[in-house]
Design a protein around this ligand. Structure first.
Ligand SMILES: Nc1ncnc2c1ncn2[C@@H]1O[C@H](COP(=O)(O)OP(=O)(O)OP(=O)(O)O)[C@@H](O)[C@H]1O
Length: 401
């Protein structure tokens, strides 16, 4: 091929993707952008076809927001379709705006939201399908713990930390996840962790007239200041992340901790062992062969730093990522203070009247209630609050504390 021929060839190859000349280029880019946005909206028929009419055999499971179905698009891409339950009164336009915004969130450690669909009363979200199981199934509900060797667990901890850092600081807005837990971490076929369910509060704001049961926080993972006073900041996610780190290392759930040891919960146990200089004793026996003791000890210390009772003392995710990237022992980490007590005493249901008075007094932007039928707490804040890094709601709460 001659030089000019190969130049032409390259130009033609690039042309459909990039138009360079100024006005034509601008126009082309606009069209591209519009087309890209349009593609985020899936026709309902496409999703019906992809999931074989939401056939029960395609159902992957059901969470607090509704059922999730596996599907396959005609181009071969595998998808997970989340059918949102009907309990929110959010308008179609608002939902579409939020979904469009969230489908711009792109990170290796965050599940990609491919798009959305509104069809009559139905609101659906279309995600990339993540092939492996969720972390809780592997860690707590299978006999595959051995497959999660130390290197995998360490990579999972680092991946989740990077995904959270992205949501907090690097995405177009600060997104506080508020429900970081093992079942919201999906693993792909290469064991890469992906944070799922991000931004759900934006997509599904609370309907103030409805005592809903949707999930925005889970016992055992929620920061004490969030449960007790409604203080919501990135540090609430840092707390949940710390719990997850200690769960990954110990193989024990924090929420129904039942080891016969002198401790109330996993955090308490980890802290006591740490103070005695025996932190490695909390390590999952399934890690015995693969663990790098110094690295495990460093991660326990990071987990404890993240779960400290005082949110101001907890590191931000940026600092966590830096700490995780260090060689164990190469720098001194801070000494963790006492961990916060996850507030399972909120198990008592609050009266709906108390709920509406809280919601009412807030000007409608924030409410909290507890669904006594599950182990989850519902707590939502307005979208503006969720996107504002400085958001910190402090209100006298009416629940027994
Ligand atoms: N993108 C996805 N790819 C593969 N499976 C998925 C995907 N999203 C969700 N799932 C599966 O669908 C099921 C339900 O997920 P969902 O996130 O709705 O609820 P959950 O995390 O189990 O509970 P909760 O609503 O309390 O967080 C889970 O088993 C999850 O593993």
């Amino acid at each position: 091929m001659t030089m000019s021929k190969s130049k032409n060839f390259l130009h033609n190859l690039i042309k459909p993707f990039k138009l360079n000349s100024s006005r034509e280029g601008q126009h082309g880019e606009d069209l591209e952008r519009i087309a890209a946005q349009e593609q985020k909206q899936f026709p309902f028929e496409t999703l019906v076809h992809a999931t074989k009419d939401f056939h029960p055999t395609h159902k992957l499971g059901e969470g607090g927001f509704g059922p999730v179905y596996k599907g396959k698009l005609s181009d071969g891409r595998e998808i997970a379709v989340k059918k949102l339950s009907h309990s929110s009164s959010q308008g179609k336009k608002e939902f579409m705006n939020e979904a469009k915004l969230l489908s711009r969130v792109q990170h290796r450690n965050v599940v990609t939201l491919l798009g959305y669909c509104v069809h009559g009363m139905e609101k659906l979200l279309v995600y990339e399908y993540v092939a492996n199981e969720s972390l809780d199934k592997l860690l707590f509900r299978s006999n595959k713990q051995e497959e999660l060797d130390w290197k995998r667990r360490y990579d999972i901890i680092s991946g989740i930390a990077r995904g959270l850092l992205y949501l907090h600081e690097d995405s177009h807005n600060c997104i506080i996840h508020r429900d970081i837990k093992a079942s919201n971490i999906l693993l792909d076929d290469k064991w890469v962790p992906k944070i799922a369910d991000f931004g759900m509060a934006r997509l599904f704001p609370e309907d103030q007239t409805h005592v809903n049961t949707r999930v925005a926080g889970t016992n055992g993972y929620m920061a004490p200041e969030y449960i007790m006073h409604g203080h919501l900041s990135v540090k609430a996610d840092v707390f949940s992340f710390g719990v997850l780190v200690l769960e990954l290392i110990s193989g024990q759930r924090n929420s129904n901790f039942c080891l016969n040891v002198d401790a109330h919960n996993l955090l308490d146990w980890a802290y006591k062992q740490y103070k005695k200089g025996k932190s490695l004793e909390i390590m999952d026996t399934a890690l015995a062969a693969s663990a790098l003791p110094d690295q495990v000890a460093m991660c326990i210390q990071i987990g404890l730093l993240c779960t400290q009772g005082d949110p101001d003392l907890r590191p931000k995710m940026h600092r966590v990522v830096v700490m995780l990237s260090k060689k164990p022992g190469s720098s001194t980490l801070e000494e963790p203070t006492r961990p916060g007590v996850p507030g399972s005493r909120y198990r008592k249901a609050r009266r709906p009247s108390a709920l509406s008075s809280v919601a009412g007094s807030s000007g409608g932007s924030d409410s909290r209630t507890f669904d006594s039928s599950s182990s989850t707490l519902t707590a939502t804040a307005s979208s503006s609050a969720l996107t504002n890094p400085k958001f910190d709601t402090h209100r006298e709460h009416t629940a027994e504390s």
